[in-house]
Design a protein around this ligand. Structure first.
Ligand code: S3P
Length: 455
């Protein structure tokens, strides 16, 4: 696909449903008793993979577009699938489902596309094995395909090396089936959608926080969050999610907010392009997830929130964005998990900011759908940007004009969308190879972008 510049983005947009929340709603609905009604379910390929996996384990799921109805069969209602479960391109499907499958009374093999088969699974194999699961990487390289034989599980107390919601959620889901309490501590709080939604489905899950350096920060948590994971969760502290075994979960209604990760492309484009004023309606702004708002503001971005409310326990808002004179910033530490998927588009935006932007502590980017550090450095450099790739991030010196070129998306949806919006601020034509991969998280992305452009 080819893109050329425009003056700005104007108007209103409602982005599709949140990918992380959509996945969880079908997974939890499938192992809950009764019906789960999901409004605004994301129809991206990743979330369709999750539906397909649970259908092949005997769960009836009606997909009526915006509305998905899951006829849950309870914690013990899944059936052995006839074939290998195909998780497609979806890390969330692969890792979260593994937690559930570790406790079933059947054997299953999980796999996915070429990208999924390169992504690290040791991070879930290790804790799930400690819980008693029989789970192994068939090629013995720590990657999928995975063979899982369900077992009786025991509760564990696990310190994860990475702040990863997929790892945390996989363990918590296994913890629902364990014989006692399960605790997962992560260096920084990662997105807490599982904790919020599991509570709505009746699970006993809470989050404890320990600020590093405070008494109690070594092993025991110093402060329990009274109301559990919520909009006020302190994202800067080490966090422990604690779950009790559940006899049953109960079907619920889920209203999926707009995906802030999808909104991020329009938000950054509007900030970069001089003639922009854009209203993004009903986007999720959960602070464990919406670090893009903080980062963009710290770069001088003019962003105002309206109509703040909560849907199914998740905070949402309308976001008004106006083009802004941007300057460099430093993005690091506890903020990284809150904007991990937005770092590619933030890096692109930094090319249009005055001064230097440093992104560090983000080595996780190397093990996403592509190596996003290398791919961003390669593609931004090809457009004329001044970018240095580091071990755990990028340094971008803004201010150089960018020019169009041929961009390889490496079949990574967030890379394709990042360069579709970067092209709007570049001189000449940009061609994106493999542009159709946006289908993974945002099938109508190009059409929606087209509608907002002004010339
Ligand atoms: C996700 C968690 C993040 C994120 C991914 C979705 C989730 O991955 O990058 O797009 O839904 O839990 P990690 O848990 O690997 O950081």
């Amino acid at each position: 696909m080819k893109f050329t510049g425009c003056k700005g983005l104007r108007g209103e947009i409602t982005v599709p449903g949140d990918k992380s929340i959509s996945h969880r709603s079908v997974m939890f609905g499938s192992i809950a008793k009764g019906t789960t009604e999901i409004h605004n379910y994301l129809q991206g390929a990743d979330c369709l993979s999750t539906i397909a996996c649970f259908r092949s384990m005997g769960i009836e799921i009606e997909n009526r577009g915006g509305l998905v109805i899951v006829h849950g069969k309870g914690m013990r209602g899944l059936q052995k699938p006839d074939a290998v479960l195909d998780c497609g391109n979806s890390g969330t499907t692969t890792r979260l489902i593994s937690g559930i499958l570790s406790a079933q009374d059947f054997e299953v093999t999980l796999t996915g596309d070429a990208s999924i088969r390169k992504r690290p699974m040791k991070r879930i194999i290790e804790p799930l094995s400690l819980m008693g699961a029989d789970i192994r990487s068939i090629p013995e390289n720590g990657c999928a395909p995975l063979r899982i034989r369900g077992r009786k599980l025991r509760g564990i107390s696990y310190a994860s090396q990475v702040a990863s919601a997929q790892v945390k959620s996989s363990i918590l889901l296994a913890g629902l089936y364990a014989d006692g309490e399960t605790r997962v501590t992560e260096p920084y709080l990662s997105r807490n959608h599982s904790e919020i939604m599991l509570r709505c489905f009746g699970a006993d899950v809470r989050t404890e926080f320990a600020r590093s350096g405070e008494p109690g920060s070594h092993g025991t948590a110093s402060a329990a969050s009274g109301s559990g994971p919520s909009g006020s969760a302190p994202v800067s502290s080490r966090a422990t999610a604690v779950i009790q075994p559940a006899a049953e979960l109960y079907g619920s209604r889920v209203d999926v907010p707009g995906d802030i990760s999808s909104a991020a492309f329009f938000l950054c484009a509007a900030l970069m392009l001089p003639g922009s004023e854009l209203l993004i309606r009903n986007a999720g702004i959960n602070p464990t997830r919406a670090g893009i708002l903080k980062a963009a503001r710290s770069m001088g971005g003019d962003i105002t929130l309206y109509n703040e409310k909560k849907d199914s326990g998740e905070p949402t808002a309308d976001i008004l964005v106006k083009s802004s004179a941007l300057h460099g910033t430093v993005i690091e530490g506890a903020d990284i998990p809150t904007l991990i998927d937005e770092l590619p588009v933030i890096a692109a935006m930094a090319c249009f900011a005055e001064g230097e932007t440093v992104i560090r502590d983000a080595a996780e980017l190397k093990v996403k759908e592509s190596n996003r550090i290398a791919v961003m450095a390669e593609n931004l450099t090809a457009m004329g940007a001044d970018v240095t790739e580091t071990e755990d991030g990028l340094i971008i010196r803004g201010g150089r004009p960018l020019h169009g070129t041929v961009i390889d998306s490496h079949a990574d949806h967030r890379i394709a969308m990042t360069f579709a919006v970067t092209a709007l601020s570049a001189e000449g034509e940009t061609e994106i190879l493999g542009a159709e991969c946006v289908n993974i998280s945002y099938p109508e992305f190009y059409q929606d972008l087209e509608k907002l452009k002004i010339f």
